[in-house]
Design a protein around this ligand. Structure first.
Ligand code: FES
Length: 117
């Protein structure tokens, strides 16, 4: 077999573990295996797919110019990448901020600010 398989762990999705061919795009793997990484454009524009490579950062390819528009130097130093722009050559574990948690926080803020007089 020309391709060896690598393991991707979706930490925020209950630690779901899947396998994928080498040099896979993280977002593609997530879509194919229902990994659950949030996304909108798939083209490096919206920033929705921001995620954190908790393990295996050394197995990711070079950071793209498009990613630098959404990720600060601190983000990059902490392992953040944009899933749709990142290809992996070995096992990684990835986490992200779930959209549900974001809207729950927003809803809580509305309740707090919208109280009765
Ligand atoms: S999905 Fe829009 S930047 Fe990755």
């Amino acid at each position: 077999m020309p391709h060896s398989m690598i393991t991707v762990t979706f930490i925020t999705n209950g630690g779901k573990v899947v396998s994928a061919p080498e040099n896979s795009n993280i977002l593609r793997v997530s879509l194919r295996e229902k990994g659950g990484i949030p996304f909108k454009c798939g083209a490096g524009l919206c920033g929705t797919c921001k995620c954190r490579i908790e393990q295996g950062l050394e197995h990711t390819d070079a950071v793209k110019a498009k990613e630098r528009k959404h990720l600060s130097e601190d983000d990059l130093a902490n392992g953040y990448r944009m899933a749709c722009q990142t290809f992996i050559s070995g096992a990684v574990s990835v986490s992200w901020q779930p959209p549900a948690a974001k809207s729950a926080v927003a809803a809580a803020g509305e309740r707090l600010s919208g109280g009765s007089p």
